[in-house]
Ligand binder design. Structure first.
Ligand SMILES: NC(=O)c1ccc[n+]([C@@H]2O[C@H](COP(=O)([O-])OP(=O)(O)OC[C@H]3O[C@@H](n4cnc5c(N)ncnc54)[C@H](OP(=O)(O)O)[C@@H]3O)[C@@H](O)[C@H]2O)c1
Length: 313
């Protein structure tokens, strides 16, 4: 596999950096395509001199995508958003943009494509996030039928927006009012997702044209997950389950902020469990045994403990 050129679109994000590191370690050349390559310079030391190249590209600009994709053996698309903001919309990126990547990859004779979707992607959802993820999957498979679709549950790791965010809130407030406390998740370690993406980027009958749901070994309610996190950082707060109607009202106000902590669409998403569906195929096909929350969390929760590394645990 050494010597391939792999374009990773969105390679500077949370999941992307782990994929870039794995590709570089396996000897591939990596072209990272993002809107702001200057903010992706931290990726360079993950590879040898010249092994990781940064290019400017925007999913909404075909020309820039073509430049980023041209000559690549494989393309991995990671771009997604959590809320609509200016031109960064669910529709433009997760549906239209995903389709554009696949179309251009096919036109440029790229051999393999991996597309990052999410558990819960369905046209039937009330959430625009989930509907546009489903539309993106369709558009990708229509233009690039051998693409591999990966659908992770909530992804955890040092830079995650899940435990890190809740840990900060836990330390700031005397109680944790959250909607969806009983909604179930199947958190998955970011490097396990990265390994699956890198394996799929090499193609093969097991992966081409297939969709995989990636969840960790445990299914836990949001409440149970927060309790694990609080045990780990040594801070205890009562968890209050906010009724859906009140959560919607709060989100209506919060989504007026430039970076909303909660949106109405996210409240809608929280109403559904975020776990691997019965009968879905996942990590076993990749030969990966996914890491548990309890083994992953202590690797990065030290920053949230009262006395850091000196806290008794
Ligand atoms: N994190 C999770 O828990 C989770 C769970 C399920 C599914 N997923 C999916 O996994 C994928 C990656 O998630 P992530 O958490 O790694 O995301 P992330 O940290 O937000 O990273 C997004 C990446 O996309 C780039 N990007 C954003 N807009 C772009 C545009 N218009 N054109 C080109 N590049 C653009 C960003 O760089 P610039 O801003 O510099 O462009 C960044 O590199 C997403 O599709 C997400 O929906 C994530």
């Amino acid at each position: 596999m050494a010597g391939r050129l792999v374009t990773v679109i969105g390679g500077s994000g949370f999941i992307g950096r782990y994929i870039v590191e794995r590709l570089a370690r396996s000897g591939d050349h990596v072209r990272v395509a993002v809107r702001r390559p200057n903010e992706a310079l931290f990726l360079k030391p993950l590879g040898d001199l010249g092994q990781i190249q940064l290019v400017a590209a925007n999913l909404k600009n075909d020309q820039s995508l073509r430049r980023a994709i041209k000559g690549a053996d494989a393309v991995i698309n990671l771009v997604g958003v959590l809320f609509n903001s200016g031109g960064q919309t669910f529709q433009a990126l997760q549906a239209g943009g995903a389709g554009a990547v696949a179309r251009i990859a096919a036109e440029e004779n790229v051999r393999h494509m991996v597309h990052m979707s999410a558990i819960g992607a369905t046209h039937a959802s009330d959430s625009e996030y989930a509907r546009t993820k489903a539309a993106g999957e369709d558009a990708v498979l229509q233009a690039f039928p051998t693409a591999t679709i990966l659908r992770p549950s909530v992804v955890i790791g040092a830079e995650d927006g899940f435990f890190n965010r809740f840990a900060k809130l836990t330390k700031l407030f005397p109680l944790l009012p959250i909607p969806g406390a009983e909604t179930r998740f199947q958190p998955v370690f970011v490097d396990d997702v990265a390994e699956a993406a890198v394996i799929a980027s090499r193609g093969g009958d097991l992966f081409e044209g297939k969709t995989f749901e990636l969840g960790g070994p445990q299914v836990l309610s949001l409440r149970a997950l927060l309790e694990v996190m609080m045990d780990d950082i040594g801070v205890r707060r009562p968890i209050i389950n906010v009724p859906w109607g009140i959560a919607m009202l709060q989100a209506t106000l919060m989504q007026l902020l430039p970076t909303p902590p909660l949106t109405r669409d996210q409240v809608t998403l929280l109403r559904q469990d975020n776990i691997v569906a019965d009968g879905a195929v996942g990590f076993d096909v990749f030969g990966i045994s996914p890491a548990s929350v309890k083994s992953v969390l202590p690797r990065y929760s030290v920053q949230h403990r009262r006395k850091g590394q000196f806290s008794a645990r």
